[in-house]
Design a protein around this ligand. Structure first.
Ligand SMILES: NC(=O)c1ccc[n+]([C@@H]2O[C@H](COP(=O)([O-])OP(=O)(O)OC[C@H]3O[C@@H](n4cnc5c(N)ncnc54)[C@H](OP(=O)(O)O)[C@@H]3O)[C@@H](O)[C@H]2O)c1
Length: 265
């Protein structure tokens, strides 16, 4: 399938994993980039590589999206970039423990990075996109949006992104703007190491590469479909978690102590 062509994209969480892969695949298609994350050295290194390899313009912006002033800085940058036609709300992280044991304010931080940031940045991007009658927003959610075994905050913030995307796309029909809720399953990135999850304990066949996930997401923008679940296995898992025939069984299994212990919950 032929991909949509974009002039300029802003990607949050571009210093690693899926965000970095979005940057690489978009640059290879000639898209100019604005890369956002906290680790500036990584962004600068990536920018140098992409400029050299693909001849695209790349700007970097260091921002901790859990901080109000940094989020406003990124929103302002978007408002000052009227030719931005792709926003990828990708920055995110996994929870480290149970909700009631959270002493570090992780829940609030997750709401700021997974929920508030995509809302504020989408709002900032839409005025330009509406004027130009073209553009796309990809909200990187997760199949955890449908799961009772992925952490109270992680699952619920990702579920927000799915419903936000679906309703926003409905509001924006006939405007030329596409909204996607990308729902990957287990993907090889730095995510699990950051969240203290032991990757070795998870069977290999359940994993996908960031390259494959990003490629599916970008190709799917051509289609009129909001929720994109990459990979047959992830589609099946998401189906089993939502299907009325298996819904109860999945919820029962998710309450079993041994399984919750294995999932670090
Ligand atoms: N990997 C998976 O299995 C998987 C599955 C489903 C969904 N996802 C989702 O995919 C997205 C990307 O994750 P990933 O797997 O690529 O993980 P990753 O390799 O750990 O990358 C996470 C990115 O988010 C950025 N980030 C985290 N907190 C931030 C903050 N406060 N401010 C600014 N940037 C921040 C990080 O940059 P800095 O640290 O430099 O700030 C990094 O660039 C996340 O939304 C995640 O929930 C991942």
């Amino acid at each position: 399938m032929v991909r949509m062509v974009f002039y300029k994209a802003l990607i949050t969480g571009a210093s690693a994993g899926l965000g970095l892969e979005f940057a690489r695949q978009l640059a290879s298609a000639g898209t100019n980039l604005i890369l956002v994350a906290r680790r500036l050295e990584r962004l600068e290194k990536l920018a140098r590589e992409l400029k050299q390899e693909f001849g695209v313009q790349v700007e970097v912006l260091s921002a901790d999206l859990s901080r109000k002033e940094d989020l406003q800085k990124v929103a302002q940058k978007i408002k000052e970039t009227p030719d931005l036609d792709l926003l990828i709300n990708n920055a995110g992280f996994g929870g480290k423990g149970r909700f009631h044991e959270d002493q570090q304010g992780e829940a609030e931080k997750m709401i700021k990075v997974h929920v508030l940031t995509p809302v504020v940045l989408s709002r900032a991007a839409l005025s330009g996109m509406l004027k130009n009658r073209r553009g796309a927003i990809i909200n990187v959610a997760s199949i955890a949006a449908f799961s009772p075994l992925s952490g109270a905050m992680y699952s619920s913030t990702k579920a927000f992104l799915v419903m936000f995307s679906e309703n926003l796309q409905a509001e924006l029909q006939d405007t030329g703007i596409k909204v996607q809720a990308l729902c990957p399953g287990l993907t090889h990135t730095e995510f699990h190491e950051m969240a203290g999850i032991n990757k070795e304990a998870i069977p290999g066949f359940l994993w996908m590469t960031a390259e494959r996930v990003v490629s599916i997401s970008l190709k799917a923008l051509k289609r009129n479909k909001v929720i994109i679940i990459p990979g047959k296995r992830n589609k099946l898992i998401a189906f089993l978690m939502r299907c009325p025939m298996t819904y109860g069984l999945v919820r029962w299994a998710a309450r079993q102590r041994w399984l919750r212990k294995k999932a670090n919950l």
